[in-house]
Design a protein around this ligand. Sequence first.
Ligand SMILES: [Zn+2]
Length: 357
Amino acid sequence: MPLVDLYGHESVRALLSESFERGKLPGSLLFHGPQGVGKQRLALWLGQLLLCTADEKPCGKCKGCEYSRNLTHPDLHWYFPLPRPKQPDPTLADVIDDYQDAIVERLANGGLYAAPAGSEGIFVATVRAIVQQASLSPAMASRKVFIIGDAERMVPQEGAEFAANAFLKLLEEPSSKTTLILTSSEPGALLPTIRSRAVSIRVPPLTETAMRAFLTDPQVAAALDKAGAPKSINERLSLANGSPGQLLGDEARSKAIRAARKLLDAALAPNESARHAAVMAVGASGARGAFSDVLDAMLVLVGERMRAALHDADEALASKASRAVDAISLAREQAGGNVNPQLITARLLRELATSLT
Ligand SMILES: [Zn+2]
């Protein structure tokens, strides 16, 4: 699945493509603007433009464009915050593997993703990987593009001054074959040494026309449904307020919704073993807060079902959903007490299996 198209941002696009045409595009750029406004998507668009081999860039038809849009271009490097690596000192290959997995995950959703969790960062092994890859010649195109999303999450680390300095040098004097695009919704939190070395470009909120076009893209609509965004276009418009990424929530919320969907699927599965597996997947002690979040997300999902049933005047279904809501509310209460989450889940799934099917 290729990336969802870039919507809006026409004036920034015109500015960037014009400075590229005149040979004046800076080697290090910082896109800043509200969270979820599409800064990384815009950076990927600029990457596609820089790697396009046609005259009218980006043409959308050449191999370069195709690879860029599938995120398989060997000269397009995309980095962003990830959980702290498990190994204390990961190798370059480990880092590249981690990012490949993360990019496949983002791409599976058309390149739409929730804001990173608070604990995620761009750690020193990643900075080393960027510096190392920047020292190599381009593999296919005449240049390399590095996108570093949420760059304020680059964490300075003791004993890693060498990597940090090498990165600053890269940012200050990228070779003529390298373009670095940093993005940040909190440019004030960037290290001043980084901020002063990149040319800032403000990315404003999307216009209502662009927002409407984005929201009616079927790939976007499906991703938003999956993320548990409100159903109506008007609600989506007002919640996003020009920053469509806001609709994807944050990582913790999306995780809770995904887990809640899995539990509901397990409850509706015809066989006992799916329910058993789902119960096992809930940690025995688990993080209590996270478990409560999952139950809250289940309430929202089943509540939606109930509203839809009432809307369709399907009384039988509405009364089933209402029994399910009661069962989830009870589980939510128990989760706040000292009851084992696995025990609560086992009971809840049995209850839902009878009340929902
Ligand atoms: Zn092209």
